[in-house]
Design a protein around this ligand. Sequence first.
Ligand code: NAD
Length: 285
Amino acid sequence: MTTIIDGKAIAEAVRSEVADGVAAFAEAHGRTPGLVGIQVGDDPASEIYQRMKQEDAEACGMVARRIQLPAGTSQAELDQLLDELDADAGVDGILVQLPVPEPLEEPQIAAKIAAVKDVDGFSPGNVGRLLRGEPAHVPCTPAGVMRLLSEADVALEGTRAVVIGRSVIVGKPMALLLIAANATVTVAHSRTKDLPALAAEADVLVVAAGRAEMVRGDWVKEGATVIDVGTNRTDDGLKGDVAFDEASERAGAITPVPGGVGPMTRAYLLVNTLAAARRRVGDDS
Ligand code: NAD
């Protein structure tokens, strides 16, 4: 019997925990945690993501603000805004919606956001702390995946985990978190040889390649946990990186797309923002 891991329901529980935490924070510190989202240019998808993040934050009682800058904004102009937000005591979390239009470049932005307010967890400071096993803002998607694994009672210690994908926002931090949980981790990528055979060794298979339904049923070990991070828009609608029907015949537990990892990514931005607010005031409740 395959368990379908219900990311939507688990994310709802996470949001409710955050809302309770926000209320307690406001009571203790006399202000509510604040999140600022910056969008450069007018990409319609970015606009939707920014609006969703603002609505999510407001729904759990945070102050959420969106700042829209014109396409063509220079790094110096963005730096000035980031400095102002860094100095603003009411702002706990800052995120810049990616991708950004030229002449901006993501590495410069990630390096500029103050690590303590970097709720996406992309800054070198947070990436380094995660690598070192020190407290850090962890990127929302892998943090959300760890919560899904924990809610599904997936034991990680000593298990064989395979992560497909090596991006800075998903694959690499995912591997680090699984290592920290004492799994034995292999990271696969576009140049990996015989990927189906490697994937079939995994007790826990996390897929973040951005290739619709790439992972077929026979790539999945009997009883494995399969976490599908992929979100691919196809003519047949939104598809994950895993062929769900085939894979769920063999998996012990599996996330659907939609309704698996996506809602957790949204929820963990809220977790990180509340954590940022608490860390800034030395509140370790
Ligand atoms: P990316 O393009 O930055 O990285 C993709 C990775 O997959 C690369 O490391 C590449 O080496 C690897 N890869 C590509 N093709 C491969 C193949 N054929 N075989 C093996 N490895 C291959 O993407 P990303 O930002 O890490 O995102 C990955 C997927 O996850 C995308 O579909 C993205 O939309 C999705 N995503 C979903 C969420 C969510 O909340 N559900 C969040 C972030 C990303």
